[in-house]
Design a protein around this ligand. Structure first.
Ligand code: DLL
Length: 445
């Protein structure tokens, strides 16, 4: 088997044998793990949500005998996480849980996910295999510039890199000058961050007189936000690295649910851990391979918080046929959009409803607002334009300035994003007769 991008001679990497499991064995393993996962969720969820839904649908965990049987199971959504906040979907006692992460919910509260020791290991293993698929090995020096904290990006890439045996440098996000220094001085060969942050790092590096082509950097594992092939070409041409697409979501584990191999022709899903389906977002009916729809994922090994048929809201397709890299794992197309209104701003998930919650906490604002997204020097900027009510208009300028600060603070506390706030005169923001158009996205991705 030959690969055009340099995996030649090693189509089968012994350290990622599961990627090459013969298909009948993989499907058999999936059925067995699916049945176990459904049983864990059915019997274990603290809130009993899945049990209630399955009982209503007349399905029992024992009914899951083939992969087709998955269609009989109810879907789960972000709303389920919100409604059972914080730990309702957990299936094990707290003492079994060794890690918590969180991601934006649709209102002021985040959604919370938990991991047992085994869940952390499964996640690290998926990331490790993803890194191998990108051509990385124990000789690599990996700079992790995804944020460390409740966000899964930093620790997810970190554990994967350590499991690979690479040298991992946990720079986390921010302080771009130091990022460039570390990259140059520490002999970094691969970087993990959002594609827009790498564009920003590259631009800053040029300002500091550093030519990334002359450093040892050769790979980037980019994800956490949608990006395009045009952006890939731009990053690859300006910096000389190979830019790989990395996908994941907190609910399922974090980064490493799917990743591109060196063929850069779709993202391999780690199917022995995460079972993918594509559905029509309107009818909820499964769609055949090749057709675009919403990605639904069932965790096969998760212990602390198994999720059955989780609707990701990400739009993609399962690509028919086998990848020329030789991996048996099926591929999804790169994700360009979602079926809901979630925005991703500097890698942070933000819902318009969160902005609304933040605005309505403040007296004197009307519920008419608009969110304008732009990208400057590779960095996303969010402007929130909000109308004031007529009775506030007569107040002194000083008070209006205080109000700007208060709004900015309220948005920051709910979303974690610094927004530029502009007050607009009453009735100056366009009204709509149907769905309000809250978001104007001027970013080129
Ligand atoms: O963004 C996990 C992650 C970290 C993935 C680092 C990749 C790298 P959440 O914050 O829960 O988790 O956001 C998940 O981000 O449902 C997609 O809408 C979007 N997303 C993630 N990766 C990609 C990608 C992390 N490669 C949400 N392309 C997902 C497009 C992506 N969208």
């Amino acid at each position: 088997m030959h690969s055009k991008n340099g995996e030649a001679g090693r189509p089968f990497h012994p350290a990622s044998a599961m990627d090459y499991l013969p298909e009948p064995l993989l499907r058999k393993l999936q059925v067995q793990r699916l049945a176990e996962s459904v049983s864990r969720a059915y019997h274990g969820q603290r809130c009993g949500l899945l049990k209630k839904r399955m009982d209503e649908a007349g399905v029992k965990p024992e009914d899951v005998k083939s992969l087709e049987d998955i269609r009989r199971l109810p879907f789960s959504t972000k709303a389920d996480l919100r409604d059972t906040y914080p730990y309702g979907l957990f299936t094990l006692p707290d003492r079994e849980v060794v890690r918590i992460h969180a991601s934006s919910g649709t209102t002021g509260k985040p959604i919370v996910v938990g991991y047992t020791q085994s869940d952390v290991e499964v996640w690290a293993d998926a990331m490790r295999r993803g890194m191998i698929a990108c051509g990385l090995g124990d000789e690599d020096v990996i700079q992790v510039s995804y944020g460390y904290g409740l966000f899964t990006g930093g620790l997810g890439a970190h554990y994967g890199g350590e499991r690979l045996g690479a040298m991992v440098i946990p720079t986390s996000g921010g302080n771009t000058e130091r990022q460039v220094m570390v990259m140059q001085d520490f002999g970094v060969t691969a970087i993990c961050c959002t594609p827009s942050y790498f564009a920003h790092i590259a631009e800053k590096a040029a300002d500091y007189g550093v030519d990334i082509r002359k450093t040892r950097l050769k790979k980037g594992l980019f994800g956490a936000e949608p990006w395009s092939d045009a952006m890939r070409r731009h990053l690859e041409e300006t910096t000389g690295i190979q830019a790989q697409d990395l996908y994941g979501l907190s609910e399922i584990s974090g980064p490493g649910v799917a990743i591109e191999c060196l063929e850069q022709d779709g993202l391999h899903v780690f199917e022995d851990y995460f079972y993918p389906e594509i559905i029509d977002a309107e009818t909820l009916e499964p769609l055949p391979d090749g057709e675009e729809g919403e990605l639904v994922i069932t965790t096969l090994c998760k212990e602390a918080m198994p999720l059955i048929r989780y609707r990701t809201r990400d739009i993609t397709a399962i690509m028919p046929g086998r990848c020329s890299c030789g991996r048996v794992l099926r591929r999804i197309r790169r994700i360009g959009r979602r079926s809901d209104d979630m925005m991703i701003i500097r890698g942070v998930n933000v819902f318009p409803s969160q902005i609304e919650t933040a605005l309505l906490r403040i007296r004197g604002l009307s519920p008419n607002y608009q969110i304008v997204l732009t990208r400057e020097a590779g960095l996303d900027q969010m402007e929130v334009r909000v109308e004031i009510t007529p009775n506030i208009l007569g107040d002194r300028i000083m008070e209006l300035e205080g109000m700007l600060g208060e709004i900015g603070h309220s948005i920051l506390s709910i979303t974690g994003i610094h927004a530029k706030v502009t007050l607009a005169e009453p009735k100056s923001i366009a009204r709509s007769e149907g769905k309000a158009k809250r978001v104007v996205d001027r970013r080129v991705i």
